[in-house]
Write a protein that binds this ligand. Structure first.
Ligand code: ZN
Length: 138
């Protein structure tokens, strides 16, 4: 697998507005985009820091995956996303090496990325995301 760098760190919060008071107001980062990902029942906010992003995740549904995460573990780091050349190939390699996957095939994520998750029980408790830029295939 060819990992380029950490692309972003996902952080589960109860309220993006309240979290931005810290990330913008205290750390001085800038939120450049907010986006709702309907299938994941989540609202996201992105802040850039060098070539790494912080992705804030707020649930839009009290039964959604981020709401369940917060109910179980509280607010905090939710996942780490590695930037790869091809999300699909990275998922396939993880599968070939016996890792449990959440996503068998890549899917559309926020911020114009193709994403896929490895289950945290295969990656020492850290929900692991692969992501690659969406390529328009014509
Ligand atoms: Zn992510």
């Amino acid at each position: 697998m060819k990992i380029d760098r950490i692309e972003h760190i996902g952080i589960a919060v109860k309220s993006i507005d309240q979290a931005l008071a810290f990330y913008e107001g205290v750390l001085g980062l800038q939120c450049y985009k907010q986006e709702i990902v309907e299938e994941q029942h989540v609202k996201t906010a992105f802040l850039q820091l060098g070539n790494v992003k912080i992705e804030l995740l707020e649930s839009t549904w009290d039964q959604g995956p981020v709401a369940q995460f917060i109910a179980k573990r509280g607010e905090g780091i939710h996942h780490i996303a590695y930037r790869v050349e091809s999300t699909q190939e990275a998922l396939q390699e993880a599968l070939d090496k016996g890792l449990p996957l959440i996503d068998q095939t890549e899917r559309d994520g926020a911020d114009n990325m193709k994403i896929g998750f490895v289950h945290p029980k295969g990656s020492f408790g850290v929900l692991t995301e692969f992501c690659s830029e969406k390529v328009e295939r014509t």
